[in-house]
Design a protein around this ligand. Structure first.
Ligand code: PLP
Length: 378
């Protein structure tokens, strides 16, 4: 049997052993509903609060600003949906390289009368001048992701927030800045307070936690819930809390932070080696200000689907664009075209993404296989 080598960690990561153990122990030990007033309920509520405090400590924010959600799609939706409910539509600015959980809102918002301005990210980066030009007195929200999931570019969010705050000072009206930080947490060092954003989204399964659990960081007290129900999560996310997953996410994040530098060094070594070994291919990931965990390249003229299939047949799991994008025809290409990547390179793009357990040895085998397959088929 062919040995399976996993290079699709930007889509999802395998659950860590410690997180899995924490999941099982919590699911078995905490039988009460955190909203219940009896002993088991209070025990579960305490554990929930401890998890929130531990995560808040790692993120250096107040636990009051953290809401547990089912993942980044929901966290993004809570923020974006608030605009749909606004009585008086205004203007919203979205980067053109957002994940579909944000970009799909462009269409919905337009339908209810919002002026949606989208800005490109040449070579992967939003230009502050473009954001400055797009801001008007009607701007209510700006949304720009921290680390792009297709190529790995790291945006200067603090700089973009600064541009927005400067504008805000002159105009008086508050503008909400939201960032999707899914591909950053546990991988790239950043500080939410230094970024200065109003809200941010995270998903546990990108840092070896379980799928279906995530976080919304939010400092905007006016934000309304997406679902209606009980007053869990301060009313912002009603529904019985998924305590076992929350605990597993907390443990996964603690592990990710404890080994972050070590993991970062290893990912950088893998990235450097692959860039060198695959230098004959056009690299779509930027050379600087880029996550070491993602490398996108073009295998033109071979179409992405064909090349990824050839790699699957050799036991490698890679992606063409992001996993979510693969379900939506040409979505990954759209993100790449917003980065001004040539259409021929977009159509032949593959994404290699690394996790904490990826080895340099497996990455070397991947590089060799890519070169061999390319020689045989181009
Ligand atoms: N945002 C980005 C940048 C992502 O990469 C993903 C997942 O692929 C999401 C949002 C959505 O996360 P989830 O599927 O956990 O809701």
């Amino acid at each position: 049997m062919t040995q399976l080598r996993y290079f699709d960690n930007a889509a999802t990561t395998p659950m860590g052993k410690e997180a899995l153990e924490a999941y099982e122990a919590t699911a078995l030990d905490y039988i009460g509903n955190p909203s219940a007033l009896h002993l088991e309920g209070r025990k579960a509520k305490q554990e929930l609060q401890d998890c929130r405090e531990n995560i808040a400590r790692l993120l250096k924010v107040s636990p009051l600003n953290l809401t547990f959600t089912s993942g980044a799609t929901e966290s993004n939706s809570i923020v974006m949906n608030n605009l749909l409910w606004t009585q008086k539509p205004g203007e919203v600015i979205l980067s053109n390289i957002e994940h579909p959980s944000i970009s799909e809102y462009a269409r919905l918002l337009k339908q209810v009368g919002w002026n949606v301005i989208t800005i490109n990210a040449p070579q992967g980066f939003i230009q502050p001048e473009d954001l400055k030009k797009a801001l008007t007195k009607e701007t209510r929200l700006v949304c720009c992701m921290l680390v792009n999931n297709v190529v790995g570019s790291i945006q200067n969010i603090a700089g973009l927030v600064e541009t927005v705050r400067e504008f805000q000072k002159q105009n008086g009206r508050k503008i909400h800045f939201h960032t999707d930080a899914v591909q950053a947490l546990g991988k790239i060092p950043f500080s939410l307070s230094d970024l200065g954003v109003d809200s941010a989204s995270f998903s546990a399964h990108k840092f070896n936690g379980p799928r279906g659990i995530g976080i919304l960081y939010n400092t905007d007290s006016g934000l309304q819930a997406l679902c209606r129900g009980g007053d869990q999560e301060d009313g912002l996310r009603p529904g019985t809390e998924n305590l076992a997953s929350i605990k597993a996410m907390t443990v996964a994040l603690e592990q990710a932070f404890a080994f972050r530098e070590e993991h970062f060094k290893k990912a950088t070594a893998i990235q450097d080696m692959l860039q060198e070994e695959l230098r004959e291919f056009t690299q779509l990931s930027p050379r600087s200000n880029c996550s070491p965990y993602i490398l996108a390249l073009s295998v033109k003229p071979i179409p992405s689907e064909v090349f990824t299939r050839m790699l699957f047949d050799q036991g490698f799991c890679v992606s063409s664009g992001s996993a979510c994008s693969n379900n939506v025809k040409k979505k990954g290409e759209t993100v790449l075209s917003a980065m001004l990547v040539k259409p021929a390179d977009s159509r032949s793009s593959i994404r290699l993404s690394f996790g904490y357990d990826t080895t340099l040895e497996d990455a070397k085998t991947l590089a060799e296989t890519i070169r061999t397959l390319y020689r045989e088929h181009s």
